[in-house]
Write a protein that binds this ligand. Structure first.
Ligand code: X8Z
Ligand code: ZN
Length: 646
């Protein structure tokens, strides 16, 4: 998740030439270099032996080849110097953050001291008045720059706005508040009946426990962390807004949205449209689930679904409500080791023609839960890290063998393969990002969806029962309870809460009230009982704390993934999108490689049109579930619908 961004609006400059990412990659993840800077080029050259130009060379890669005029040379010299220092500091920041997320020891302040020190140095550099002024001066003559230079300078300014040294104390305070919030979030001990439980335990119980009192206790245990995070979030609300305002953004939400080249209003309009397009189907799902769960739990049919009835802490994924007869993926996975899940995800990517992940991934990632009774804790949410913007790629997960982690391993490896693909001599380090943030989320989620379809599952040797003989409508229902149910949560509850938090400076006295109003309106769910302002339920969601104002990325990524999947199924594989098997299909790898290789050096909208023939559209997602929509209308005949209009 730690990722920073670059504003881009220029014309595509790289064809993204269809082709897999056979180029060596390198990595990084946030802000600093390192291998490059500290031990240098020799090491990189070894890592990337086939590169014609070492990608971390301060002389630039092929991206600098079209630099011609003296002015362009001057701009290039600035960018080269900036990049070299940036990568170095970014790497150190990444290492410090990595340590602070993978090895949290109560009462030990070393982690946060190192994070603060590294991030302060990085911020002092990226936000320096000198860098801001230079970038602005070059951009003042933008028409004389190469397209890639302009994009990189935009990236420099975007990074600066996150940490402007015109308000140094504010930036320092923000860095400290961020570090403290991470520690509070991941150092927290969840307690159930006085016993410490992991978030994996909580999630498993919410998926499988049928006793209502037990479900309530688990759900409440998952929310007890909220008050611990409330004051920190108040500080962050203020500091995040204040820092970006110093460089002219309206607020922190607008800053993050600007990464897409959009205003807040434009983004909300786009998201509302997506939500409205999926609303009729969600309304059917909501109705079906109200009746189904009321019967299952022997209760009256509720108008809003009580949150503790659902198999997810935030009601964002209801997939576990349905067990498809003859397709017991959880059962099949239970026989596997956690290692197998990650290796299998890699095998899938490799089967498409992508390279194996570098050994550093296996050596340095933190892939499994902390041992029970360990004296340390780790971040329990999955993420992927590009440590140095070169080849140091890592993932932080807590994999156990179940369906959720099976999907998540594919998701995280999607980030890793994106890093590896755009780390090539055509993409300058400052543009080693997704075409936009949603693309970065979409690739792995797409692979996750593909890896759950029965013919694929059978082909990779998982014995789920009848497999492809399972009832297609039940399979579709289970998928919709995941992908469709996610849309009102992501476009609605999360996005509107964060928009109001930052743009409208929502006072903390009404956070909980507003959170549940949004959950009712968008998701049709309600808390088990009154949740007053002594709670802080929004803060129980990881992203509110440490991936702020970006959650719509996932909504867009789901829409995008169905668009990509539809294209792959129909145009590349000649298969029904609901019944595919990507495994071993190199054409799919070529297609995805063509999207990933240019990174952020292309215009994301233009690339989408080039690759799929259409602008971003929810149509393929709606079409995918059309048979289910008809089926649900029949199932729900005579039932009362309670979901209000948007
Ligand atoms: O946070 C994630 C990924 C890491 S980028 C596991 N996801 C969102 C979430 O868990 O809320 C994936 C989809 C939604
Ligand atoms: Zn992700």
């Amino acid at each position: 998740m730690p990722r920073r961004r670059v504003a881009k609006k220029a014309e595509p400059v790289l064809g993204g030439g269809e082709g897999t990412c056979d180029e060596p990659a390198m990595h990084r993840s946030g802000f600093s270099v390192t291998l490059c800077a500290m031990k240098p080029k020799i090491i990189l050259l070894c890592l990337a032996a086939s590169l014609s130009v070492p990608a971390c060379s301060s002389d630039g890669g092929r991206w600098a080849n079209d630099v011609e005029s003296p002015f362009q040379n001057e701009a290039q010299a600035f960018l080269d110097r900036y990049t070299a220092t940036f990568q170095e500091l970014y790497y150190e920041s990444g290492e410090a953050e990595w340590q602070a997320n993978t090895h949290i020891v109560e009462g030990d302040s070393k982690n946060s001291e190192r994070v603060q020190a590294a991030n302060e140095v990085l911020a002092a550099f990226t936000g320096s008045v000198e860098n801001i002024e230079k970038a602005r001066a070059f951009l003042g003559r933008a028409s004389e720059l190469t397209v890639l230079q302009k994009m990189q300078l935009d990236a420099v300014l975007y990074a600066a706005a996150g940490n402007p040294q015109t308000v140094p104390q504010m930036v320092k305070d923000k860095i400290a508040a961020d570090a403290a919030q991470t520690e509070a979030l991941y150092g927290y001990s969840y307690l159930l009946d006085g016993e410490e439980v992991s978030t994996n335990d909580i999630d498993e119980r919410l998926r499988s426990d049928t006793d209502m009192a037990a479900r309530l206790a688990v759900w409440e245990a998952s929310k007890n962390i909220g008050p611990t995070l409330r004051d920190g979030l108040k500080d962050l609300q203020r500091l995040r807004n204040a820092t970006v305002r110093a460089l002219g953004y309206d607020d922190y939400f607008a800053y993050k949205v600007s990464d897409y080249g959009m205003s807040t209003e434009e983004m909300l309009t786009q998201l509302d449209k997506i939500n409205r397009e999926l609303r009729p189907l969600f309304r059917e799902l909501h109705t079906w689930v109200r009746y189904e769960l009321a019967e299952r739990y022997g209760q009256d049919v509720p108008a809003l679904i009580p949150a503790h009835w659902l198999p997810n802490r935030w009601g964002q994924d209801w997939g576990a409500l349905v067990e498809v007869k003859g397709f017991d993926l959880d059962g099949a996975l239970r026989e596997s080791s956690p290692e197998w899940l990650i290796e299998q995800a890699e095998r899938f990517y490799v089967s498409l023609g992508l390279e194996k992940m570098p050994t550093v991934f296996w050596d340095k990632s933190s892939l499994y839960p902390a041992p029970k009774n360990a004296s340390w804790k780790k971040n329990n949410h999955a993420s992927a890290w590009h440590m140095d913007l070169e080849r140091d790629v890592r993932s932080l997960m807590s994999v156990v063998p179940n369906t959720e982690w099976y999907e998540t391993t594919h998701h995280e490896l999607g980030h890793i393969y994106y890093y590896l693909c755009y780390t090539n001599p055509d993409v300058p380090p400052l543009l080693r990002e997704g075409a936009n943030r949603a693309y970065h989320e979409a690739i792995g989620s797409l692979m996750g969806l593909a890896a759950m379809q029965p013919r694929f599952v059978e082909a990779v040797g998982l014995s789920t029962g009848e497999g492809s003989g399972a009832d297609p409508m039940q399979l579709l229902l289970k998928e919709a309870l995941n992908y469709v149910v996610f849309i009102p949560w992501s476009t609605g509850t999360m996005t509107y809460f964060e928009k109001e938090l930052y743009a409208d400076e929502l006072p903390s006295e009404v956070w909980n009230e507003r959170w549940w109003e949004l959950a009712a309106r968008f998701q049709g769910i309600a808390p088990p009982s009154e949740r007053g302002e002594e709670w802080c339920d929004a803060a129980t969601k990881t992203h509110i704390n440490n991936d702020p104002a970006e959650y719509y990325d996932y909504a867009l990524s789901f829409v995008l993934l169905f668009q990509l999947h539809d294209h792959i199924a129909r145009e590349i594989l000649g298969e029904d999108p609901r019944d595919t098997n990507y495994y071993g299909r190199k054409e799919v790898g070529e297609f995805l490689g063509g999207i990933m290789r240019p990174g952020a050096s292309v215009d994301w909208q233009q690339m989408l049109i080039e690759k799929t023939g259409s602008d971003l559209t929810a149509r393929p997602m709606v079409d995918y579930f059309q048979p289910l929509f008809e089926w649900l209308k029949e199932e729900n005949r005579g039932r009362k619908y309670t979901l209000g209009a948007l």
